[in-house]
Design a protein around this ligand. Structure first.
Ligand code: AMP
Length: 440
């Protein structure tokens, strides 16, 4: 199977071959021909499956086939909505790369940066606009973007957009867009809300799924290391140091937790940076670049910030804290084992998080192996404490975030309880004795 055989024009095939792709991925094989036919799509795919190219390539081709727009050049012809700035920037890169041999223009807009240069660029006209919903609505309200000629709408990572509370913004945008258009919706998970949105949005969509719904990436080895909350940082430093890991993505539940952990790791002599919604766009970009170029070993991220990050062949992902929402586990470990390479995802789980772990195992329909490290065995006398804003303590619904860094999910959880810490062992290895951590 080749890109040519999917019906893509020579300029696009040349562009993908320059990127080094020889064979279309499964989602690309399925969706490209259908999108070229003009079908609406409901695509179930995680990042790492090649989904960006699966919609970008046929969108570029459709715009070429539709010919020059009859309308003024300042009108947007294809609109791609993404939940986060990082994903928007990445998708825009892909659009530019794949479209490099075509006379189509593209541009990306997101919040957290000056709006004026964006206005100037939009005034000049752009065929393909990649945007986060909040900033796009800002432009709509200031009349600096014209969406009346959108021929194709793509909702990328729609589940995350709903999780982040963008539904009202999306509905406002849908009301402005032309009724007659092709719509492509991509989502890693198909919740009830996504299904509801898709029925109001898509017309006779083709359903494409590349991995079984709500499953974790197949090449990822998963393991849970039971450990007391107070000793997680020690165990993480030990794991990184003793295995000599060079590039580790670590997830925390909160922005505060990400900052604190990154500071502590730096103190331990492990170079680290935190990436989350309270950081400026410049700081986020810089942290990501240092991580990609191996200048720092650890990137500590919150769920929202890490969404959609494309870091090639990331070998290690560590859940320093389990996510409040089980679906986020699937997204997190989707950062490793990407595009055919294998990866390792480990979760440091304390007694407070056992309910969250159960929820995750239920979602992925399998038990994650538990390996306890000698010297880091959890203290059985410690009683679980509630995790505020966790699944059992639903957070209050936000009205409309309008900003990509204002996610309810990233609010600090309850203060860590003071607990007695057990003595540290420096020669820890996985204990062979079976443990019943998961059965409690
Ligand atoms: P995505 O799921 O769009 O985030 O893509 C994941 C990664 O796979 C990106 O680094 C892409 O550049 C890469 N990729 C996309 N399509 C292919 C392909 N057909 N062959 C090899 N790599 C690909």
């Amino acid at each position: 199977m080749s890109f040519e055989s999917l019906g893509l024009r020579a300029e696009l095939c040349r562009a993908v071959s320059e990127k080094g792709y020889t064979t279309p991925t499964s989602i690309q094989q399925q969706s490209i021909p259908l999108i070229l036919e003009g079908r609406d799509i409901m695509g179930g795919a995680q990042t790492g499956t090649g989904k960006t190219a699966s919609f970008t390539l046929p969108v570029l081709q459709r715009l070429m086939e539709h010919g020059e727009p009859k309308t003024k050049a300042s009108k947007v012809r294809a609109l791609i909505l993404t939940p986060t700035r990082e994903l928007a920037a990445q998708v825009a890169h892909s659009v530019a790369d794949y479209g490099q041999n075509l006379p189509l223009s593209s541009f990306v807009i997101f919040g957290g940066v000056n709006i004026n240069p964006q206005k100037q660029k939009l005034r000049k006209g752009v065929d393909i606009l990649v945007a986060t919903p909040g900033r796009l609505l800002d432009h709509v309200s200031q009349n600096t973007v014209d969406l009346s000629s959108v021929e194709i709408l793509v909702l990328d990572e729609a589940d995350r957009m709903l999780d982040m509370g963008f539904i009202r913004d999306i509905r406002k945008l849908l009301a402005i867009l032309p009724k007659q258009k092709q719509t492509l919706l991509f989502s890693a998970t198909f919740s009830k809300e996504i299904k509801q949105l898709s029925t109001s949005l898509l017309s006779n969509p083709a359903l494409i799924e590349v991995a079984r719904q709500n499953t974790t990436a197949e090449l990822v080895t998963q393991v849970v290391h039971p450990v007391d909350k107070k000793r997680k940082r020690e165990l993480l430093s030990f794991l990184i140091g003793s295995n000599d890991w060079k590039q580790v993505l670590v997830f925390t539940r909160t922005k505060h937790g990400a900052n604190k952990l990154s500071e502590q790791l730096n103190k331990d002599g492990i170079t680290a940076a935190a990436i989350h919604g309270n950081k400026s766009q410049g700081a986020r970009t810089k942290a990501l670049a240092s991580f990609k170029s191996n200048d720092i070993r650890v990137l500590v991220a919150t769920d929202i910030a890490a969404r959609g990050l494309d870091i090639d062949q990331l070998p290690h992902v560590v859940n320093f804290e389990l996510p409040n929402v089980p679906e986020d586990y699937v997204h997190r470990i989707g950062r490793t084992g990407r595009a055919g390479s294998s990866g390792e995802a480990m979760s440091l789980v304390c007694v407070d998080e056992l309910k969250l772990l159960k929820g995750i195992e239920h979602l992925i329909n399998s038990n994650i192996p538990k390996v306890t490290f000698e010297g880091y065995e959890p203290d059985p006398s410690i009683k679980p404490e509630p995790i505020r804003n966790g699944r059992n303590n639903p957070r209050p619904q936000k009205k409309s975030p309008r900003s990509n860094n204002s996610s309810a999910r990233n609010r600090p959880s309850s203060k860590p309880a003071e607990r007695s810490s057990r003595s540290k062992s420096n020669n820890s290895k996985p204990s062979k004795r079976p443990d019943n951590f998961g059965n409690r």
